[in-house]
Design a protein around this ligand. Sequence first.
Ligand code: FPP
Length: 253
Amino acid sequence: MATGQGAARDLAETVPGGSGAVPAHVAIIMDGNGRWAAARGLPRIAGHRTGAQAVRRTVEAAIEHRVAWLTLYAFSSENWRRPPSEIVDLTGLLRHYLRSEVAELSKQGVRMHFIGDRGRFDGDIQTEMARAERLTAANTRLNLVIALSYGARAEIVEAARRVALAAVAGTLDPATLTEDSFSALLATAGSPDPDLIVRTSGEQRLSNFLLWQGAYAELVFLEVLWPDFGPVHFAAALAEYSRRERRFGARPG
Ligand code: FPP
């Protein structure tokens, strides 16, 4: 798989044929900030800060390619186990991002959504998230979903709990439950399932990300570390996607 910017550009430009289909929903596991910093003898926060710049580039690339939905895995429910100093750094960066970027994102036509257990963040960060969602609610160019304190298993268990409670209360007949009605109870209700899930840094795992929604997603793993991610890598991932034949379990026609 391509590594640097140049290699990714080559990959994007030499993809033969392909359907040319653009995914409606791209989801990204942004990985490798720590390794990027370590390779430069810098503290991990330097990797996260540079990673935040990659977020900006990626939003612009998604808009340019007319992708309708972009979901970014910014903080997993497991990330709370990191050393307290890194948690402080990451939440501080998030606070700064929310305060300083939302107006510009809104100007670009981005509608923001957050999924995950936002109740675990400080009150002011929760307020900023609600403000960002309110401020950008009328925008239609790109739906940007930021997964924060997100874990797919917890999300699925929460939906199952709601089903069980409704059944006990007599407001839901379990026999009528369908995949669609269950999907509507997940944090992602209202968004299409991801067509393409990208993970950077060479790791090849889903790490508890969109496990239900990603059932039929195409997976693309890139060697590039997240802080180095840019438009050429985004284009390379889309090119790889356009070469894949999606059958959703059906036989080729
Ligand atoms: C994974 O790299 C990255 C994270 C846990 C944090 C992601 C955060 C950002 C990209 C910046 C802020 C984002 C927003 C939306 C403001 P890692 O630390 O696990 O890297 P490693 O595996 O190399 O140690």
